[in-house]
Design a protein around this ligand. Structure first.
Ligand SMILES: NC(=O)c1ccc[n+]([C@@H]2O[C@H](COP(=O)([O-])OP(=O)(O)OC[C@H]3O[C@@H](n4cnc5c(N)ncnc54)[C@H](O)[C@@H]3O)[C@@H](O)[C@H]2O)c1
Length: 260
């Protein structure tokens, strides 16, 4: 069964990691894609990888900064001009920020992380929901994090922004269910992407791979998650099959956030 035949999906952060993996999953099932990212090289690489797997995949690339409201409005308008509708939106672009104690967490850094991870998600929902409400259908998956449902430590900006994403998801899910639109968040644990590699390098420097082993030693499944596992979850959550899952936050973390 192809769940995405004639469906139009926007993916932010589509130039790397989880965005690329989710884009590939929905493309395999026929989706037309608009990939949005700051990084044009990453976008081109995503297009190449997806078209290597799905030769006929229709993919538009938009270089935009999700923390700039005007640029968000533009990528949404671009999608409508090009394809006439938005079936699904993976509102996923995000940054990790530095890791240190709250008192040392710079205010500029706090604002930078919140601007991308929270404001960017809000702007995306604001413009996409306007279109979805007119259409009377659509689904949104916002990327939160285990750091958005639990205290992890050493990540003030990240924690605040990801808890904010959970709040936005619940609030807007309750508002827009009546229009046939479902909104959910995913809360990934540690999934091996360039972001996690960067984070391990902050902890372990040159010994980051060792730091990685130690990091997952406390995970019930003793391993990192794979981007394709998140991609498969997003492909389900954005599909019509998951329409009744609304305002919910779905962890994908090997059980780590439930462990006492
Ligand atoms: N990998 C994990 O373990 C993990 C865990 C929990 C949550 N997340 C979240 O998943 C999302 C994707 O992370 P990832 O692991 O794929 O990281 P990644 O660094 O591989 O990919 C993130 C992408 O977002 C883009 N981006 C960053 N800032 C942007 C901006 N202002 N405008 C447009 N694009 C921007 C980057 O260029 C990059 O291509 C993030 O929101 C992250 O917080 C990841």
């Amino acid at each position: 069964m192809k769940r995405y035949e004639d469906k139009v999906i926007i993916v932010t952060g589509g130039g790397s990691g989880l965005g690329r993996a989710a884009a590939l999953e929905v493309a395999k099932e026929g989706a037309k894609l608009v990939l949005v990212d700051l990084n044009s090289e990453g976008l081109n690489e995503s297009k190449k990888e997806i078209q290597a797997a799905v030769e006929t995949a229709e993919i538009e690339l938009v270089e935009a900064n999700v923390s700039n409201e005007k640029e968000v409005e533009k990528y949404v308008q671009f999608t409508i001009d090009k394809f006439g509708k938005i079936d699904g939106f993976f509102n996923n672009a995000g940054i990790e920020g530095t890791q240190n104690l709250t008192e040392e967490y710079g205010s500029d850094e706090f604002n930078r992380v919140v601007n991308v991870n929270l404001n960017g998600v809000f702007y995306g929902m604001k413009y996409v929901l306007k279109e979805m409400k007119k259409q009377g259908f659509g689904s949104i998956v916002n990327t939160a994090s285990v750091g958005g449902i639990r205290g992890v430590g050493n990540q003030s900006g990240y924690a605040a922004s990801k808890h904010g994403v959970v709040g936005l998801t619940r609030n807007s899910g309750v508002e827009y269910g009546q229009y046939g639109i479902s909104i959910k968040a995913i809360a990934p644990g540690a999934i091996m992407t360039p972001m996690v590699e960067g984070s391990l390098k902050q902890i372990g420097g040159e010994n980051w791979e060792e730091a990685g082993k130690e990091f997952v030693s406390v995970n019930p499944m003793k391993r990192f998650g794979k981007p394709e596992e998140v991609g498969a979850l997003v492909a389900f959550l954005l599909s019509d099959q998951a329409n009744f899952i609304n305002a919910a936050v779905v962890p994908i973390d090997g059980g780590q956030s439930y462990q006492y």
